[in-house]
Design a protein around this ligand. Structure first.
Ligand code: C2O
Length: 531
């Protein structure tokens, strides 16, 4: 794994220059002078690659004696808190007008996200931080620097980003009072590419109780936040990213959730961070990571793998220093002087059970368990296979070791903590064209499942919700390839002696409809076991 950006930059000078000289930047600067904030978007930048490092990067160290920043629900901000948020984003946008080259300014802040969603794993275009175990720590550090910059621009060391808690019952909608009033160009928190109305609801398949229980019940970091072990071909997108995260992105610009026609800003990774609500959406993702870690289960822990712990990411800090921060410096929000104030509204019992705070945990790290070798590779023919708009069923064998264990204990998950066997359905090499997203619902032993089949059905095991990448320019327009893993232990433990299951992949919209056109491919579907 290469580091995302080192000082050994080998990119052709022309490409580096173009990154800073795109038409979108020129347009943004011209428009900024009219104070028409919302007119800055939508924009899908071209050729966004990390900047030429301006010199030796500075190692991050936490600000000494920093006051704790308290991140609150975007639905619970007081009018003065909303005003403060607006003044911070106004300052950030003013900076784009006054100092187009200042790396902290609004336009460059938005670009930072595009640097790292290239859909490639090559050093030339910047590291891809989606679809693997980089997803959570990279976005945590991105938000950290963004928040520091906003706070420093308004001289407020307690300034905190709000979180959009779409997972809190009754909050499955857009936080209009904070981010949408007024919804015009005079509001620095507005964005004209949004298409939702105050009454629109996020589909329950993305953020409903059952989905969120599935997320918080994820047994290991791999299941929850992804894994990145490229060498073993076991890198995987975690359920938090592949479920609620992707769905909410698309929904914000397209309440009908048609993954075929991605719309900037939130609907496309390359432009997502040009909508201020992006940072609130990701604060919630970050909060759910913190919540999952703090559930008192021994395996709810960050990876202990040195590759993960020592990985650094590069940002400009609030003093314009090119800074690198390592994952092991951000294992807990408190280490970065912020924390989450839980939603003050009473959560539902299901959520309470999962989230009951345990004793203050040590920072826990876990060795990520390995998957058993694939038992049956369903690809009879070599190469990827097409997945169209029609549901597709394939059969997958259950590894014999799992069957024996199932028969012995009846329920593998009942084994002593840490020793339980998990049965994992792997869907590998899903290729998604860069100009569209994907939503595929996955069912086990329900071959007649259709797009209308509810995600509350017991045979539903998970969803693949991928946001269009749409990074444009040379080298970007290739498909995004992702791997997924679904813990199907519960279903497998009820199968008795059956030695295979039917896996049905159902392309869908967020509203139970069959999508118009789907152009996906996948490589393998198989079942593996894992401790
Ligand atoms: Cu970097 Cu929500 O995506």
């Amino acid at each position: 794994m290469t580091n995302p950006r080192s000082t050994n930059d080998t990119r052709p000078a022309g490409i580096r220059r173009r990154d800073l000289m795109t038409g979108s930047l020129a347009g943004a600067v011209a428009l900024a002078s009219t104070r028409a904030w919302a007119q800055l978007g939508p924009t899908v930048p071209e050729h966004c690659v990390p900047p030429i490092p301006p010199g030796q990067p500075v190692a991050f160290s936490p600000v000494a004696n920093a006051p704790m920043r308290v991140r609150k629900s975007a639905f619970e901000l007081s009018p003065p808190e909303i005003e403060k948020l607006k003044s911070a984003y106004t300052a950030l946008r003013n900076l784009a007008q006054q100092s187009p080259d200042d790396p902290r300014n609004w336009f460059h802040q938005g670009q930072v996200h595009c640097w790292y969603c290239s859909g490639a794993l090559d050093g030339l275009w910047g590291q891809e931080i989606h679809g693997s175990w980089w997803f959570l720590p990279w976005h945590r550090s991105y938000l950290y620097f963004h928040e520091q910059i906003l706070g420093s621009l308004i001289g407020d060391s307690t300034f905190a980003l709000p979180y959009w808690d779409w997972d809190t019952p009754g909050r499955d909608r857009f936080p209009f009072d904070t981010y949408g009033q007024p919804s015009d160009a005079s509001n620095p928190l507005s964005d004209k590419s949004r298409a939702i109305a105050p009454t629109d609801k996020i589909p329950a398949g993305f953020v409903g109780d059952r989905m969120m229980k599935r997320v918080l019940d994820a047994a290991t970091f791999t299941d929850f936040g992804g894994s990145g072990d490229q060498s073993l071909g076991q890198n995987q997108m975690g359920i938090l990213e592949g479920g609620p995260h992707g769905g909410v992105h698309v929904w914000t610009t397209d309440p009908k959730v048609d993954f075929n026609n991605p719309k900037p800003d939130m609907g496309v990774l390359a432009s997502a961070a040009f909508d201020p609500v992006f940072f609130s959406h990701h604060a919630n993702i970050d909060r759910i990571w913190d919540k999952w870690i703090k559930i008192p289960q021994s395996r709810h822990a960050n990876p202990s793998n040195d590759v993960w712990l020592n990985q650094s990411f590069f940002f400009y800090d609030q003093a314009q220093n090119w800074t690198f921060i390592a994952n092991n410096q951000m294992l807990e929000p408190e280490a970065l002087s912020y924390r989450y104030q839980p939603p003050q509204q009473q959560p539902t019992p299901a959520v309470v059970a999962a989230a009951a705070p345990g004793p203050r945990p040590q920072v826990r790290l876990a060795q990520l368990p390995q998957l058993s070798a694939p038992v049956v590779d369903l690809s009879q023919s070599a190469g990827p296979k097409a997945l169209t708009a029609d549901p597709l069923s394939v059969r997958a064998a259950i590894p014999q070791e799992s069957r024996q264990r199932l028969n012995a204990v009846g329920n593998m998950a009942a084994a002593p903590a840490g020793n339980e066997q998990h049965v994992i359905l792997r869907i590998e090499g899903v290729e998604i064209p860069s100009d569209r997203g994907a939503l595929v619902n996955v069912f086990v032993n329900k071959p007649d499942a259709t797009a209308a089949t509810s995600t509350d059905d017991p045979a539903f095991v998970g969803t693949i919700a991928v946001v269009a990448n749409q990074a444009r320019g040379v080298g970007h327009a290739h498909p995004v390839v992702r791997n997924f893993g679904f813990d199907i232990t519960r279903i497998a433990s009820q199968l008795g002696n059956t030695n295979e299951v039917t896996v049905t992949l159902v392309p869908a919209t967020g509203y139970g409809e069959k999508p118009s056109a789907v152009n996906l491919r996948y490589n393998r579907v198989y079942i593996a076991t894992r401790q």
